[in-house]
Design a protein around this ligand. Structure first.
Ligand code: NAD
Length: 492
């Protein structure tokens, strides 16, 4: 059995706590992947001190040189894509095709951000005074805490760590306890690519480590992706230190199907959007709002397709949907099936935990559809994070938009229609951070901003050049070459 370590100041080390936690395959709980350090706040402090020391020199490395290290990292991830994808399927369950996509996202993000090493443009503007020069430059902030969830175990860390590095910051990274192996794989690549000691540190462990990373004086940025409830706590913990807090949290995303939609295309989109990653995506299409004229035809075609999905170990070929990530997550799914039934929604298909045969070894659940869902039911309002889709009837585009917006979250939305007027109206009126036309709610690309409104986020975005705004601050610089005192706003 393998024992994995923390990475602090360029060395792979044991936790001071002397304790470890197990990482098991959610498709087969007899499969023990390894044990990882159950770190203590003291380990986090050691990592933060190393990051603070390393910042003194890393911030002075020219950005194009920092980028060269990242280009090498992208190449290494690309070379190991298949092995990393297999490790990821083993530790969190999504099918291989999807874990390959997750690793590819890290490759794309790392190349993209390495390119930013030669950009990071500022402004030069005319001064209002003679013989004076005015410009703005991006500057790094210092030590960044990176706290991530388990559902995109390599993509999400890359979205945070790589832009932080190219801007000249240093990082302490705490991954989710369910996916520490993908974190180790990613950090090993950065080490091999030549990231200097202390610039990236990895500390595995739970909420006490996360709390220290959100509160410590040394930390200037906390970049968090996870649930809204934990995100709120992180925000509160970081507030008194006036830290920059970047939050990416829950979602309750909607696909709207208008009466003129291409039905086959829409069914494809709803199956992929609703049941990809077993519904465990922040952008999962957990609500489908359907025009009453096509409601019956859609529900029949959608449920037929969903009944034919093959559920199993994501490492096996031919499997469409893997397990829930853990027993707790499957229990949550079961609880929402009870809630939906109790609320009076119609259970169209699924609804049961899969506990027979090979399924008995993991946390499998049937893909589940509820019909006749009222938009205010809990199953249509709360994030379930499992293979459960609520189908809601509507009578018009206006009603679909109103239902779409009537949730506490605002991450992603989509519309299927052949009417350009409807598409543009919905594109304008859905208050989300991401919007799709004739495609499901998932499928973001790394060079555009990613994030959400309302309780999904706090106004920041990751990915694209927007990520540079999280990991840098503006400095405005004035150079006076007149040789005399010139007073802005006075000597006009
Ligand atoms: P989670 O909130 O339980 O955990 C996220 C991370 O926070 C983990 O590393 C966890 O150990 C850590 N943590 C827990 N308590 C903490 C504390 N008190 N202080 C600091 N850190 C703490 O989320 P999860 O179950 O890992 O992931 C699922 C959630 O993530 C869903 O709600 C999903 O919507 C969300 N998510 C959002 C996005 C997005 O971009 N908006 C992307 C992926 C996942």
């Amino acid at each position: 059995m393998s024992t994995y370590h923390n990475f602090i100041d360029g060395k792979w080390t044991l936790s001071r706590s002397g304790t470890v936690f197990e990482n098991r395959n959610p498709a087969d709980r007899d499969d023990l992947i390894g044990v990882f350090q159950q770190s203590s706040p003291a380990d986090a402090e050691e990592a933060l001190a190393a990051a603070a020391r390393a910042y003194r020199s890393w911030r002075l490395v020219p950005a194009p040189k920092r980028a060269e290290v990242l280009f090498r990292a992208a190449q290494i991830i690309e070379q190991r894509k298949e092995a990393f994808a297999r490790d990821m399927t083993r530790e969190m369950g999504k099918v291989l095709e999807e874990t390959r996509g997750d690793v590819q996202e890290a490759v794309d993000m790392t190349y993209f951000m390495a390119g930013e090493g030669r950009r990071q443009y500022g402004q030069t503007v005319p001064s209002e005074l003679r013989d004076k020069f005015a410009m703005s430059v991006r500057q790094p902030l210092g030590v960044c805490s990176v706290i991530t969830p388990w559902n995109f175990p390599m993509a999400i860390p890359s979205w945070k760590i790589v832009p932080a590095l190219v801007c000249g910051n240093t990082v302490v990274f705490k991954p989710a306890t369910l996916t520490p192996l993908s974190a180790v794989n990613f950090v090993k690549v950065l080490e091999e690519a030549g990231v200097p000691p202390g610039v990236v540190n990895l500390v595995t462990g739970g909420p006490d480590v996360g709390t220290r990373l959100s509160t410590h004086d040394e930390v200037r940025v906390v970049s968090f992706t996870g649930s809204t409830s934990v995100g709120r706590t992180v925000n509160q913990n970081a507030a008194s230190g006036c830290k920059k807090v970047h939050l990416e949290m829950g979602g309750k995303n909607v696909i709207m199907l208008m009466e003129d939609a291409d039905l086959d295309l829409a069914v494809d989109g709803c199956v992929w959007g609703g049941f990809g990653t077993s519904g465990q995506r922040c952008t999962a299409a957990s609500r489908v709002v359907v025009h009453e004229r096509i409601y019956d035809a859609f529900l029949e075609a959608f449920s037929a397709r969903v009944r034919s999905l093959r559920v199993g170990n994501g490492a096996e070929s031919g499997v469409d949907m893997g397990p829930s990530v853990s027993e707790a997550q499957r229990n949550t799914v079961q609880e929402y099936v009870r809630i939906g039934t109790h609320e009076g929604a119609t259970l169209v298909t699924g609804g049961r935990a899969l506990t027979t045969g090979a399924w008995a070894r993991g946390w499998f659940h049937e893909p589940t559809i509820f019909g006749d869902v009222h938009p205010r039911m809990r199953i249509a309002q709360e994030e379930i994070f499992g293979p459960v889709v609520s189908v809601i009837r509507c009578r018009s585009l206006d009603e679909a938009i109103a239902i779409g917006n009537d949730v506490p979250y605002g991450l992603s939305a989509s519309i299927y229609t052949r009417d350009i007027n409807k598409a543009f109206t919905a594109m304008r009126d859905l208050y989300t951070g991401i919007f799709y036309v004739n495609a499901p709610t998932i499928g973001a690309e790394v060079h555009l901003p990613f994030g959400g409104t309302k309780t999904t986020g706090n106004g920041h975005r990751e990915a694209g050049t927007a990520a540079l705004d999280v990991f840098s601050e503006w400095k405005s610089i004035y150079l006076d070459f007149s040789g005399r005192l010139q007073r802005a706003q006075i000597d006009t």
